[in-house]
Design a protein around this ligand. Sequence first.
Ligand code: SF4
Ligand code: SF4
Length: 376
Amino acid sequence: MDTKKLGFGLMRLPRTDPNDNTAIDLSCAKTMADTFLERGFTYFDTAWMYHGGASERAVRELLTSRHPRDSYTVATKLHPGFVKSKEDRDRIFNEQLERTGAGYFDYYLLHSMNAEYDTLFDTYDCYNWLVEKKRQGLVRHIGFSFHDTAEVLERVLSAHPEMEFVQLQLNYLDWDSEDVQSRLCYETARRHGKPVIVMEPVKGGTLANLPPAAETLLREIHPDWSPASWAVRFAAGLDGVFMVLSGMSNMEQLLDNTAYMADAAPLTEAELAALRQVVTILRADGAISCTGCGYCVDGCPQNIAIPRCFSLYNEDKRQDPDEQTDWTPPFSYYEILIKNNGKASDCIGCGLCKEVCPQHLDIPTLLGRVATRFEE
Ligand code: SF4
Ligand code: SF4
């Protein structure tokens, strides 16, 4: 396995203030980036909106001002939500160059592709625009990240053979999911001969924090493998996957990831069978499959911290409730959360969040479950 197959996702960097998404702890992040490079890994993935724009600016602090340009690769993206005219494409691109100081981008992606955004990218001629950026030497490789059905992926790839690679949400829990369609999308990309970058291999942390029964099952096979490492190994072992992104938030995760990815082999049939058992346990667990991307948050008129509500709900499901009161620690965190944010029950069902959720979650309904658990 290529030792450079692990990419550092710069969307969940450590923060100095947990309530401020833009407050990246640069001192800690620099040490993490340096360690990542020292261990022979080179790929860094950012985007226009990660950490409210601070992630791209961090690329300058972590990399371009401190390391030779040919010692790492930088990927960033154009999100359709910010493109309202053809002029916006260059305005954003030029600002990305300015923010990062990268000079050029090794990989540039049309972000969050789906059927609707494909139309928008066509309307603003983004495909040809991207080819031109490549011709000018400002971008080395062009592709897109994708969140829709395999049928839509087939259509986009057939219409745009110039796209060189595809970034897919791919993990062992979503592999046979009817909504995410990891396996079908992967097979479609490979049929078109496209190399695949994997995002969300641990599904926003869901596969790093397994219910006790699932973790025990995996620890019995490999006591020293973290649950997250099982998930990354699964994705990295697939043919045609040339990079697996992991959004690392602390040094412990980085040391774990870089250690096992130094010499990880594809999973055996027995190991894959264990993961299928974990899927069965997780499906029975009833957790909400939010990846914590945060795309839904800014547009919510009720200021509901949607991903944090869902993560507390999932956390609660994994706890042993107090026998007398049914109380678990996430109840306290929920109380703190709603001091500065709307409650789950404040949702007015406007649906703005659903329109942008890459996981196609029925957010208002799921917030109803959160409200029932934490507010009644
Ligand atoms: S449906 Fe509810 S959670 Fe979603 S944006 Fe509207 S108010 Fe916010
Ligand atoms: S609810 Fe959807 S859009 Fe919001 S953070 Fe979760 S996965 Fe992302």
